[in-house]
Design a protein around this ligand. Sequence first.
Ligand SMILES: [Fe+2]
Ligand SMILES: [Fe+2]
Length: 187
Amino acid sequence: MAEPLALWHADHVVFARLLDLFETQVAAFHAGEQPNYQLMTDIVDYLQQYGDRFHHPREEAAFQRLVARDPDMRLPVNRLLQEHRVIARAGAEMLERLGEIADDVMTERAAVETAAATYLVYYRHHLSTEEGSIMPRAKALLTSDDWAATREAVRDILDPLRGEDFDARYCEMRKYISLHPNRSHEA
Ligand SMILES: [Fe+2]
Ligand SMILES: [Fe+2]
């Protein structure tokens, strides 16, 4: 069985790389160059399809166990739960702006840049809080029963970037990243 924390971290590594890639396209947009809008859309769409639907709910199960083990974690955990909602909302907003661009609807440049900056700042801050403050506590406090319950809380995980679940729609994005070959959610 792979170490649950290693799998948790492996997701974050992929997310961070995707956010970096997203930012290169935002920089091109900012410079008045032609960004790869399809790539930008793929990234946010993937982070919704996999991150919001599977990664975050599984984390929330781990958070619940963590608060049960250490009530002092309630406040930081509540912030992270709120951030999951903000990230989902900011992602939807970003996709709306990108959809307007694709449909040739007049979109204010400032609205696109604000949506992108909000998304990047929130997401990166969130990943760094989880990596720096939450995961070390989870490593110290959660038992194998806690991890098993966390795994059971969200089953049938579908990662469109991985193996048999691979979704051709993310071809553009997949060209840019190489994933950890042993990454598996069921391990
Ligand atoms: Fe999270
Ligand atoms: Fe996370």
